[in-house]
Each structure stands twice: as C-alpha cells, then as structure tokens.
Design a protein around this ligand. Structure first.
Ligand code: ADP
Ligand code: MG
Length: 340
C-alpha cells in the first residue's frame, strides 16, 4: 500500500484534462467541427443557444462511428487517426490526441447519435459527467449528431469563469468563420438562438467564401497570391493596404487546413505591409500554407492552435517575400505627378 501518493481515477483525470481542451463553449464547437471535417463531412450544421453554455448541437453527414466504437470514442487517448508516435510526423487530420470527446463528456451532458453508411441503424449514447447512462439502437440519417448541454455543470469553479452568453457567442462566431474559411468545399451552417448567422457556399470557391463570411466590401479589395517551393505551397488572398482592420484577428492562417495562431507569421505579414499601412492598422488575409508535415510539429498544445516550424527563417522569408512582391505588383498607387 502506498502512503500518500495515489493514482487518480479516470473521471478525475478526464475532468482535469478537460481544463486544457475545453476552455469554453467555443472550444467544444471547434473540436466537434474538426471531428466532422476529419470524418469527410460535406455538410455541417452548428446550432447554439445562450452562448453555447446551455446547448450546442453539431450535426454532420460524415462517415459516422460504428456501433462497436461509439463508447470507445469517448475514452481518453482513443483515436482512429494515429497509431504511433511516428504517425505524428506526417499528420494530416485535424485531430490526433483522442482527448476531445472524453474531455467534453467529462464536464457536460452529451448525446451522440451516429450511423455509418454501411450500418443499417444508428446508435444513440447518453453520457452525463463522463458516465454512460443510456445506449440504444435508433433510426438515424448517415453521419453524426452530437448535442452538448450544460457545459461545466459539474465543475463549479469553471462555471464561475464563464463569460456572458454574448461574449461566448462572439467567440463561437469567430471560430466558426475561421473553420468555414478553412474548408470552402464544406457547407457550414451556423445557427445562434434560432437565427441563421451564416451558411458558407460550400462550392470550393475561396474568394466567394471569404466575401460571404467576412465582409461584402472585401470583394474588390482582395489580391490573390500564390507561391511554392519543394516543401511549401502558399495560396490565398490578402487585402489592399487601403482595406484595414483595427486588430490582427483577420490575419487568418491555415497550415495544412488547420487554423493556427502564429506570432512569427503575423510579423512576416505585417512587415511586408509595413509602410503601406496606417499606424495600428492591420491587413486582412486568408492564407493557406500547405507544408510537408515532416518539417512542422503540430503537437505543441492540447488546443492544437499553435504549431512549430522546424525552420522559422525559411517560412518567415517565404511569406514575407511573397506578400511584398504581390503588394508591389497590385497595390493601387495614386498617379504620380511628373515634372516635365
Ligand atoms: P481525435 O479527433 O483526436 O481522434 P476525439 O476525442 O475528438 O479524438 O474523437 C475520438 C474518435 O471518435 C475519432 O478519432 C473518430 O474516430 C471518432 N469521431 C469523433 N467525432 C466523429 C464524427 N463527427 N464522425 C465520425 N467519427 C468521429
Ligand atoms: Mg477530435
């Protein structure tokens, strides 16, 4: 018998881990959509009520989860996406840690109904605070619907730190729009308190997706850019320097389809714009970087929004130079008054 040290039980471990994965309702939305994307869905609908704290529902028409796997999916470190550490070096799916469903289920009331195409019926599973309370066969369309209610109902300390519904809804809207922009081939519909906030076109047209999600006025202010090396392919849109925002929230970067935040790349972008921008103003851009997964590390943090580039110099100068060259080419410069 040990004296003072003991191993925590699974429920406690999951609740602690949930602190890192489930920062708030917006991270639940993010994880569930990422799962739908990884399941090859072409249609994803997200419905929230009261900032998502009371109610989040994400349904997709993806590949579903087999009856045998449904409970396992809610077990910590259970994933269909990698098998070994080596697989991480070539990861292309958005998930790989096998923690999201277990973490969300540990701190909420959750129901999943899921049906793979080849299975004639669906499975419905209810979990409350990490404990399975019901499992049955049901009729269901192909795909997966997950309903998450009362986030943090069993972790009062976290509940206390919840922001207002309005603030949470704003954060959810923000992450929803980033995910929609990352997947112009998917129709993503966002409903907040019964109001349709947006439906992305899902026609694989990035420009139309940007205009429909971000701002109609962007239409005439976007410059298409692309460039590539052996390991990196960059493509997307940047704004004319005359079209600016008050913060860097609209410097939107996807690496291998994953929305990431990167001080390094924000700096590369802003340095390229430098003298062209008014002070304290920031450009809008939606940049896709497809990079050899062997030269990045995606496993930096449980939320997976940061990545590490093995060679920061190379990526920095690649982004900086490409934007600089395109701005020089496309910027509308006021006509110069020539003397004689
Ligand atoms: P991860 O995404 O890191 O694998 P999760 O806890 O998010 O871990 O999900 C666990 C597993 O459940 C996934 O690996 C996947 O096999 C399955 N899964 C989760 N959501 C869906 C979904 N919407 N459609 C199909 N399978 C899903
Ligand atoms: Mg996941």
């Amino acid at each position: 018998m040990s004296k003072l040290i003991r191993i925590l039980n699974d429920l406690t471990i999951n609740k602690i881990a949930a602190g890192e994965v489930v920062e708030g309702p917006y991270s639940v939305v993010k994880e569930l959509i990422e799962n739908a994307i990884d399941a090859n869905a072409t249609n994803i609908t997200v419905e929230i009520k009261e900032g998502g704290q009371k109610y989040i529902r994400v349904s997709d028409n993806g590949k579903g989860i087999h009856e045998e796997d449904v409970e396992l999916a809610f077990t910590r470190h259970a994933t269909s996406k990698i098998q070994s550490l080596e697989d991480l070096a070539s990861i292309i799916s958005l998930g790989f840690r096998g923690e999201a469903l277990a973490s969300i289920a540990a701190v909420s009331q959750i129901q999943i109904i899921t049906k793979p195409r080849e299975q004639p019926y669906g499975i419905s599973l209810d979990i409350v605070g990490g404990k399975v309370v019901n499992k049955q066969q049901v009729g269901s369309p192909d795909g997966t619907t997950i309903e998450v209610k009362n986030i943090f109902f069993n972790t009062p300390a976290r509940l206390k730190f919840m922001k207002s519904s309005q603030a949470e809804a704003t954060k959810i809207g923000e992450i929803m729009s980033r995910l929609a922009l990352s997947q112009p081939n998917i129709t993503l519909k966002y409903i907040n308190n019964n109001n349709i906030m947006f439906t992305s076109p899902g026609n694989n047209n990035l420009e139309q997706t940007i205009v429909s999600i971000l701002d109609k006025d962007l239409f005439k202010n976007l410059i298409y850019i692309e460039n590539s090396t052996n390991d990196i392919k960059l493509y997307g849109y940047i704004s004319q320097p005359t079209y600016v925002r008050g913060n860097r929230n609209f410097e939107i970067i996807f690496v291998n389809g994953r929305f990431i935040k990167s001080k390094l790349l924000y700096k590369a972008i802003e340095t390229a714009y430098k003298e062209k921008l008014p002070i304290n103003k920031f450009p809008v851009c939606v940049l896709n970087i497809d990079i050899n997964p062997n030269i990045i590390d995606v496993n930096i943090h449980p939320s997976k929004t940061e990545i590490k580039f093995h060679d920061e110099e190379i990526i920095y100068s690649f982004i900086y130079k490409t934007i600089l060259a395109n701005l020089a080419k496309h910027t509308k410069i006021p006509a110069m008054v020539m003397k004689n």
